[in-house]
Design a protein around this ligand. Structure first.
Ligand SMILES: NC(=O)C1=CN([C@@H]2O[C@H](COP(=O)(O)OP(=O)(O)OC[C@H]3O[C@@H](n4cnc5c(N)ncnc54)[C@H](O)[C@@H]3O)[C@@H](O)[C@H]2O)C=CC1
Ligand SMILES: O=C(O)C(=O)CO
Length: 333
């Protein structure tokens, strides 16, 4: 970008300080210093004026907004891995390049998935509350606070991509056998490493698993992929962990099944109507039936800086005249 006018880059949320400093050096960067989410009119103003919009996963960049983009807008560089917040096809029709921040969140998100996988069956939050809530601990007893062993159980991963594979590696080390359902079969090397079993039929896999981990993206094809009908295929002793997106699971059906004792529990980092959380889930959390986290899967300082670096590399590569490394193409129908 040497010698050329710096691109005007509008960033919708506050980013880590060192990312913002670098962005200021490299771009004509409009930062959001007080971190107030942008209103719709503010997003419209930004998209009309900027060369690059850097939204994040909570900004809805839909076709109606993209239709109002100014002549200058060449790129939407998402600060986020999932791109369900962006209408990528609408951007493509206007020749606007979309990028995301894959890979740098794999390990952190997989760690949090594993944490949930342990927390629910082993009653971690209930146990922790006994002491941190100032409650009375009657002392160790053979029959108190018993959960379920996860070693030796079957894990079914829905979406064996970057994060799903990182989850599988951890789970294997915890003694779980690895099963997965995906649009495409994983590479033989990965299957061999994980000793993983591929299930072409999601229904059949669900019926046989002890724990399900949801790791596919939110797309029109995965909306309520775990529907009421499919959830009913699970064994009553099974657990679900979702660190992908809330709308992949029919949340009302999930709640009804846990309340009715038809499912053992769930660990959820994401919700169907985020940031709203269904009060019934909060009640279930009080009973230790679910563990709910406020979308923290990727929340590490290191990860958030790495995401910023990715955004910067994508923008610089594009303005240097090359294809950005994390370009997202419209989904094929
Ligand atoms: N909780 C958190 O903080 C985070 C959540 N995420 C979520 O995790 C998702 C997955 O991320 P990655 O692993 O990087 O994506 P990825 O693209 O590497 O993997 C997703 C896998 O799901 C598969 N898939 C897509 N549609 C499917 C379908 N209909 N049925 C079965 N499999 C299907 C794909 O073939 C792919 O292998 C993101 O889209 C995002 O929504 C990502 C980062 C952090
Ligand atoms: O990047 C994503 O997709 C996230 O969910 C961030 O946590």
């Amino acid at each position: 970008m040497n010698g050329r006018k710096k691109p005007l880059v509008v960033i919708t949320r506050k980013l880590p300080d060192q990312v913002e400093t670098r962005m200021r050096e490299l771009f004509d960067a409009r930062l959001n210093v007080d971190d107030r989410p942008m209103t719709q009119p503010e997003l419209v103003a930004a998209i009309k004026e900027a060369d690059v919009l850097v939204p994040t996963i909570t900004d809805r960049i839909d076709a109606a907004l993209i239709a109002q983009a100014g002549e200058r807008l060449k790129m939407i560089a998402n600060y986020g891995n999932g791109v369900d917040n962006i209408d990528v096809a609408a951007a493509g029709e206007r020749n606007i390049v979309v990028t995301n921040t894959p890979n740098v969140l794999n390990e952190d998100t997989a760690d949090m998935t594993m944490a949930l996988m342990l927390a629910v069956p082993r009653r971690l939050t209930l146990g922790a509350q006994v002491l941190s809530g100032g409650g009375k601990w009657p002392g160790w007893s053979p029959t108190w606070m018993l959960g379920h062993r996860i070693w030796g159980k079957r894990l079914g991963i829905v979406g064996m991509g970057r994060i799903g594979t990182a989850v599988a590696r951890r789970a294997k080390a915890f003694g779980l056998s690895i099963h997965y359902h995906n649009r495409h079969r994983a590479a033989p090397l990965i299957e061999d490493e994980l000793e993983a079993t591929y299930w072409d039929s999601l229904d059949q896999m669900l019926a046989r698993m002890d724990i399900i981990s949801v790791n596919c993206p939110s797309t029109p094809a995965t909306f309520h992929l775990l529907s009421a009908r499919r959830l009913a295929l699970l064994q009553p002793t099974a657990y679900i962990v979702n660190t992908a997106r809330g709308d992949i699971v029919d949340e009302d059906a999930l709640i009804a099944m846990i309340e009715g004792g038809k499912l053992a529990g769930a660990g959820l980092d994401v919700f169907e109507h985020e940031p709203a959380v269904n009060p019934k889930l909060v009640k279930l959390a009080d009973k230790g039936k679910v563990v709910i986290l406020p979308h923290m899967g990727s929340a590490t300082i290191e990860g958030r800086i790495d995401m910023g670096d990715k955004v910067i590399i994508n923008i610089r590569t594009f303005f240097d005249g090359h294809r950005p490394p994390d370009r997202v193409l419209p989904r094929r129908a």
